[in-house]
Write a protein that binds this ligand. Structure first.
Ligand code: K2U
Ligand code: ZN
Length: 175
């Protein structure tokens, strides 16, 4: 297993649209294991393959208190979303230290393949429903800051670009 590097907004690779997984084989299972290790190490409750620069429709989630109930969604599709909406503060491993309100469907039905390649359908509400929608947005190349105002988004982009420049300066060898 390995911890993977998480892309940071506004990296353009976060806007690539993920492709379906052809076969749930050893390679897909190894990717899922690395994504779970990466998500737990980053203390996230979800992670989409897009965020680790793998542009395939794979999502891992764990919203359990004990951090021991991983949910793997391969080729996930939302088949139904409730008309009721909820608004809550969201964060993102690809947008560090930024949290802001986003409105989502309160409940969703999702169909996906599990690690055995079997099709599963689940109905989610609460934090799981929000997380599923957040992660499936990633697979479509969408980051939660795109729901914010253009002014907020431009300020976030400038702040993270400045952080990235400083990070690179610190890691670049002294000339
Ligand atoms: O996609 C991700 O980056 C994982 C998200 C999942 C999520 C976002 C919004 C609402 C529910 C779930 C993060 O786990 S959000 C929490 C967070 C953010 C930054 C660092 C650590 C944890
Ligand atoms: Zn995210």
């Amino acid at each position: 297993m390995a911890q993977l590097s998480i892309l940071r907004y506004p990296d353009p690779r976060l806007h690539k649209v993920a492709q379906p997984v052809g076969r749930v084989d050893a390679r897909a299972r190894a990717l899922v294991a690395d994504m779970l290790e990466t998500m737990y190490a980053a203390r996230g409750i979800g992670l989409a393959a897009t965020q680790v620069d793998v542009h395939e429709r794979v999502v891992v989630i764990d919203v359990s208190e004990e951090r021991n109930q991983p949910l793997v969604l391969i080729n996930p599709e939302i088949t139904w979303a409730s008309p009721e909406r909820v608004r809550g503060d969201e964060g993102c491993l690809s947008v560090p230290d930024i949290y802001d309100g986003v409105e989502r469907a309160a409940r969703v039905k999702v169909t996906a393949l599990d690690l055995d390649g079997q099709s599963r359908t689940l109905e989610a509400d609460g934090l799981l429903a929000v997380c599923i929608q957040h992660e499936l947005d990633h697979l479509q190349g969408k980051v939660f800051v795109e729901y914010l105002s253009p002014l907020k988004r431009s300020r976030i982009k400038a702040k993270l670009q400045k952080q990235e420049r400083e990070r690179l300066k610190q890691s670049a060898p002294a000339l």
